[in-house]
Design a protein around this ligand. Sequence first.
Ligand code: GLN
Ligand code: ZN
Length: 411
Amino acid sequence: MQKMGELAVLGKALGSGRDAVRSELEESAEAAKLREGSPKVHNPEVAGRAQNMTSEMAQRKSTFDIRRKAQAEALKLPPFPTTTIGSFPQTGEVRKARAAHTKGAMTDSGYTSFLQNETRDAVRWQEDIGIDVLVHGEFERNDMVQYFGEKLSGYAFTKHGWVQSYGSRYVRPPIIFGDVSRPKPMTVEWATFAQSLTEKPVKGMLTGPVTMMQWSFVRDDIPRAEVCRQIALLLRDEVTDLEAAGIRIIQIDEPALREGLPLRRADWPPYLKWAVECFRLSASGVRDETQIHTHMCYSEFNDIIESIGAMDADVISIETSRSKMELLDAFVDYHYPNEIGPGVYDIHSPRVPSEIEMVDLLAKASQRLSPDKIWVNPDCGLKTRGWAEVRPALEHMVHAAQMLRESFPRR
Ligand code: GLN
Ligand code: ZN
C-alpha cells in the first residue's frame, strides 16, 4: 500500500514537476531542523552518562534464584502462567482512528477515549478468559520502534522512507541523528491506566535498546555501541518509572538482537558483549521482586545461547510452535536457568490452534525443561491478526495451561 502511494507520488513528480508534490514531500519538523543544521546533535549530559556507566549498573541486585523467590512471593502466579506478547489486533477501526487523529480530523481527547475503550475491553476480556499476566494491548502504537522514536530527542522521521518489514507490511524506520534522550516517560500512562482496571499484573511493554537501534537508520559519527548505550540508559529510566508507578512485570522486547550480528564471525564476541550489556543496563535498575521479561521472535539460538543466558531476563518468550519445539534444543542443551515461554500458537497464520495441539507442545516442552519454569504464550504479538481468530485461540491456550496444571505438581 505505502509503496504504491510512493510510486504515485514519483509518477506525479515526473509528469508535473516537483511543485506538484510539494505537500507529499513535506519534511518532518526534525528533518527540516536537521537540514538547517540547528538540532541538538550533541547533548553532553546524555553522551557523558553513556560513557561513564559502570558495570554495576548492568547487574541486577541479586542472582536469579533469589529474585525468583521474591517474584513468586510478590506475584503469586499459578504454574504454567499464561500471558501474551503485547499487541492485540490493530483492527481497521484502530488504524482509521489513528489516521484521523494524525490528520487532525479527530481531537486528542476523542482519540484518547477511543484508545481507552479499546484498552478497557482488552483488559476485561483477558480477565474473563483467565489470562494470568495481562497486557494493555498496544493500541496506541503505530509500530514498536517508531512509537518510541517519536517520543525521543535525537530521532527524526521521514514521510516516505518505507522499508518492507514482513509480507506486505511496511514501516518507516526513524533516523538517529544525535544523542538520544527521553524528555518524559513514554509508556507509564497507558500501563498504569490498564493496571488501574485490574488486580492482576499488567505487563509494561518496551522495545529494547538493540532493537530500537537495529530497526533505525543510525548516525555513524560515534560507535554503534555508544548509540545503543544511550538508548539503554533512557530505557532504564522508563523501566524504573514503570516500577515506581506500580507495574510489577516489565517486558523489554529484543527481536533484533540476533540480526544485529556482524557478518564476520570474528566480530561477533564484541558485538554480543555490548548488546547484552545494553539490555542489562536497561533492565537492571529494578528491585528483585520486579520481574523482567524479554521476547525474541523466530531466532536461531544455538550459536548465541550463552549471550541469551547472559541477558539474565527473568522470563524469555520465543517462537517455537512452527518448529514443534525444536528451537528449544539450544535452551535444553545449555541448561538455560531462567524461566521460558516457548510459543505454542503460530501467530503468522489465521488458523486457530486447538487445545490439544497446544497441550501436546507444552507436554513436549515439559519433558525437556523444568515444568515449573514454563510459561504459556503465543509465538509473538497479535497485532496482525483479527479478533475472530485471537479470541478462540487464546481461550484454547488458557484451557491448555489448565490441563497442564493438572498433570504437573505445583511450583
Ligand atoms: N510487544 C510486541 C508486540 O506484541 C513485540 C513484537 C515483536 O516481537 N516483533 O507486537
Ligand atoms: Zn515476536
